[in-house]
Write a protein that binds this ligand. Structure first.
Ligand code: PRX
Length: 650
C-alpha cells in the first residue's frame, strides 16, 4: 500500500485564523481542541451526552452508546423528534420570526420563510402525508428540484417517522425505479419540473416512466413549480397545493426512538448496485448539530449558504438537518451556478450578506476558469468563513478560494466525510487550526481516525495508507438497507472492528490528514460518487455492446471524467452515431452525470489470463497516453498497442 500512495505533502503554506476570529470562535486554541478531542474519544459518553443535552428529548436516553461491532446504537432508549428540534424548538424559544430559509429560484423569484412559517408548512405537509396513509417507517421517495418544499417534505417525513429517500433530480427514470424497487416506497413526492440553466427539467415525466409497471406506490404528490404540462394519473397523483389546502397548519408530533430510521440515501459503491445507506434519528441529529456548531461556528446573526443539492448527503446534513438544528438563517438557490453567468453565486452572496459559504472544489475550479472579473465586481465582504467538500481540493484552487473569495481573511474548512459517515469527520476548527491548501487537517470530536497499511499497522508520518475510523461515532450509517452482509463486507471486514472509508490518506508529522482519493473502483465526478461497475452495467445494457470497461481520467473542472472502453457485439460497426447513442443510453439509465466524456470502441479489452479487466492499465493510458506498468499478466499483449493508438488518435 505504501508503495501506491506517495506523499504529496510538499505544501508548506500555512495560515492561521485572525485573533479576532479566534476570540469569538467556540474552539479558540489548539490546546482546547486537543483537550476536547481527547475527551470525546476517550469518554464519548461524557462528550456526546453534553452535546445531546442541548437538544430537546421527550425521553432521556439510558446509555449513550451500545457498540457490538459493526452495529452501534446511540442514546439508547431516548425518544425525540428531529423535526421538532429543527423547527418547533426555535418557535417555542421565541425565534419564530427569524428567517429560516431565504430562497431564490433560478429565474430570479424570491421567497423567505421564517421558522414560524416553516413550521406551518411542515405541519400542513405532515397532515397531507398522514391523510394519504403514510405511517411511521413507511418509505417516501423524494425527487424534487431545489425548492423550499424539498426541505419541507424531508422535515414532514421526519415529523411523522416516515423514512425519506431522496433521489437527485439529475438522475434518470431508471435510477428512480431501482431505488423504488429496493426501498419499496409507497409514496413519491415530486414536482412538475425544476429550472436548470434556463430550461425545465421534466421531473414528473421521469416519475411516470419509473412507475409504469409499479404496483407499490399508492400516492404521487406533485408540486407545481414550472407550470409545464404534466399528466396526472387519477387515483394516484395529487397536487401539493390542493392537498395542503385541505388540512390545517398544526400537527402534533410524536416522539420516536433514538434508533428509529430517519432516511435512506443511495450511493455508489464498487459493485453495480447502489447501496441504500441507512441513517437513524438521535445520533445523526446530535452529530450534524455539533459539526455545524463547531466547524461552521454558526451564530445567531450568520447567513449560511451551502450550495449542494438536497439529493446528496451534503444537502441532507448541511442544508436540512444540521443548520436547522442550529436555528440558523440560510440561503437556498434552485439553479445552476452559471445562470445567466458565473457571477450568480457572488451576486447571491452580496444580495443576502452571506457570511458562511460551503461549496465543492469542482465549482471553485469552474469559477477560476470563468475569470476573476466576475468575482471582482461583487462585494463579498460579508463572508467570514468558507468551506469545501466532496473531493480533494487542488492547492492552487484552495489559494484562489482563500484570496479571491475569502479576501485572505476567511478560514477555509476543508471537510472530509461521506454519505456513510453522516457528518463531517475531518476538518479544521476555524478558530484555531492552522490551515494548509489541500489538507483536511484534524479529526472532529469523537473521530478516532488512523491510516493503516495492508497488514493493519499504523503508517508512519508522510507514508500513505488506508483511512480508517477506529471507534463508532453518532452519525455513522447503521446498515445498508436490506443488506447486512454487504454492510459488514464493505465497511468492517478489512480490519476487525474498524470502519474502512475506501479512501487513501497521508498524515504529516503534526497529525494533519490529507485525503488522496478513492482506493476502490469509485470515480469522483464533480464531487459525486459513481461506481465504474455501475456505468459499465449501463453500457452493457445497450443492445450493441458486448463488454465495457470504465475508468476515470483527470479533468480540469470535474476532477475526474468518465472514460469508457467498449467492445461491440460481432458484426456491429462503431459509428459516430452509435457512439452518441451509447453515451445517451448511459444518461438514460443513470443520469447525465454518468455520461462518459470519451467512448472508445475497441475490438478487445485488456484482460488477465483469468479474464479480469486490467483497469489499472486503462487508467494509466487515459491519464498519460502511455502504459508503463507491468503487463506480463495480460492474456494478449498486443491489445495495449492498439489501445495506445486509439487513445492517441483522439
Ligand atoms: O473520496 C472522498 C471524497 O468523497 C467521498 C464521499 O463521497 P460522498 O459519499 O458522495 O459524499 C460527498 C460529500 C460528503 C469520500 O470517500 N471526499 C469528500 N470530502 C472530501 C473528499 N476527498 C477529499 N477531501 C474532502 N474534503
Amino acid at each position: 500500500m505504501s508503495n501506491n500512495i506517495e506523499s504529496h505533502l510538499s505544501e508548506d503554506r500555512e495560515f492561521k485564523p485572525s485573533k479576532e476570529f479566534s476570540k469569538k470562535a467556540r474552539v479558540s486554541s489548539m490546546a482546547q481542541y486537543k483537550r476536547m478531542h481527547k475527551e470525546s474519544v476517550e469518554k464519548p459518553h461524557v462528550f456526546w451526552a453534553r452535546e445531546a443535552k442541548e437538544l430537546s428529548w421527550d425521553k432521556k436516553w439510558g446509555k449513550v452508546l451500545d457498540w457490538k461491532a459493526p452495529y452501534a446504537k446511540w442514546f439508547v432508549g431516548g425518544k425525540t423528534n428531529v423535526c421538532v428540534n429543527c423547527v418547533d424548538r426555535h418557535v417555542d424559544e421565541g425565534r419564530g420570526n427569524k428567517a429560516a430559509i431565504i430562497w431564490e429560484g433560478e429565474p430570479g423569484d424570491k421567497r423567505t420563510l421564517t421558522y414560524s412559517q416553516l413550521q406551518r408548512e411542515v405541519c400542513k405537509f405532515a397532515n397531507v402525508l398522514e391523510s394519504h396513509g403514510v405511517k411511521s417507517k413507511d418509505r417516501v421517495l423524494i425527487y424534487m428540484p431545489m425548492v423550499v418544499e424539498a426541505t419541507v417534505a424531508m422535515l414532514a417525513c421526519a415529523r411523522i417517522g416516515a423514512v425519506h429517500s431522496i433521489v437527485f433530480g439529475g438522475f434518470s427514470a431508471e435510477s428512480i425505479k431501482d431505488r423504488l424497487d429496493d426501498s419499496k416506497a409507497t409514496c413519491v413526492i415530486t414536482a412538475d419540473g425544476g429550472w436548470r440553466r434556463g430550461g425545465v427539467v421534466d421531473l414528473k415525466a421521469n416519475v411516470d416512466e419509473a412507475l409504469k409497471k409499479d404496483k407499490i406506490v399508492k400516492t404521487v404528490i406533485v408540486l407545481e413549480r414550472t407550470r409545464n404540462k404534466v399528466k396526472m394519473k387519477r387515483g394516484r397523483d395529487v397536487w401539493w397545493h390542493d392537498e395542503t389546502a385541505k388540512v390545517t397548519g398544526t400537527h402534533k408530533a410524536k416522539s420516536f426512538d433514538s434508533e428509529h430510521p430517519l432516511f435512506i440515501l443511495y450511493t455508489s459503491g464498487s459493485t453495480g448496485k447502489p447501496k441504500g445507506i441507512l441513517h437513524t434519528t438521535g445520533g445523526y441529529m446530535v452529530n450534524t448539530y455539533a459539526t455545524c456548531k463547531y466547524i461552521f461556528d454558526m451564530r445567531d446573526d450568520d447567513v449560511y449558504w451551502c450550495t449542494a443539492d438536497v439529493g446528496w448527503i451534503t444537502g441532507h446534513s448541511y442544508i436540512t438537518y444540521g443548520p436547522m438544528l442550529n436555528g440558523v438563517t440560510q440561503v437556498m438557490y434552485e439553479g445552476a451556478p452559471n445562470f445567466p453567468d458565473f457571477s450568480r453565486f457572488w451576486q447571491i452572496v452580496e444580495d443576502y450578506g452571506v457570511s458562511i459559504f460551503y461549496t465543492a472544489p469542482t465549482a471553485i475550479r469552474a469559477f477560476i476558469k470563468a475569470g476573476d472579473e466576475l468575482v471582482e465586481k461583487h462585494d463579498l465582504s460579508s463572508l467570514r468563513l468558507l468551506g469545501t467538500v466532496g473531493e480533494p481540493i487542488n492547492p492552487e484552487a484552495w489559494m484562489w478560494y482563500y484570496n479571491k473569495i475569502g479576501g485572505g481573511r476567511c478560514p477555509i474548512v476543508d471537510t472530509w466525510w461521506q454519505t456513510e459517515t453522516g457528518a463531517i469527520m475531518i476538518s479544521p476548527m476555524p478558530g484555531c487550526t492552522p490551515i494548509r491548501p489541500g489538507t483536511a487537517t484534524m479529526p472532529f470530536f469523537g473521530v478516532d481516525a488512523a491510516i493503516l497499511d495492508e497488514e493493519g499497522k499504523e503508517c508512519k508520518a508522510n507514508e500513505g495508507g488506508r483511512l480508517v475510523i477506529r471507534k463508532p461515532w453518532p452519525g455513522m450509517l447503521r446498515t445498508i438497507y436490506g443488506d447486512k452482509k454487504r454492510y459488514k463486507d464493505t465497511y468492517w471486514s478489512d480490519y476487525p472492528g474498524m470502519y474502512t472509508a475506501g479512501d487513501g490518506a497521508i498524515r504529516d508529522k503534526k497529525g494533519n490528514f490529507t485525503i488522496v482519493g478513492r482506493l476502490d473502483d469509485v470515480l469522483n465526478v464533480s464531487g459525486h460518487r459513481l461506481g465504474t461497475a455501475e456505468v459499465e452495467s449501463a453500457l452493457v445494457s445497450h443492445k450493441a455492446v458486448a463488454e465495457a470497461a470504465v475508468v476515470g481520467r483527470p479533468h480540469e473542472i470535474k476532477g475526474q471524467a468518465v472514460v469508457a472502453f467498449v467492445s461491440l457485439k460481432t458484426g456491429i460497426e462503431g459509428t459516430d452515431e452509435l457512439l452518441k447513442e451509447v453515451r445517451n443510453h448511459v444518461g438514460k439509465v443513470i443520469g447525465a452525470i454518468a455520461k462518459p466524456d470519451d467512448v472508445y470502441f475497441t475490438p478487445a479489452l485488456p484482460k488477465t489470463r483469468s479474464g479480469k479487466i486490467m483497469r489499472r492499465l486503462l487508467k494509466e493510458l487515459v491519464a498519460t497516453g502511455k502504459v508503463t506498468g507491468n503487463i506480463t499478466t495480460l492474456e494478449d499483449v498486443s491489445v495495449v498497442k492498439s489501445l495506445q493508438k486509439l487513445v492517441k488518435k483522439k
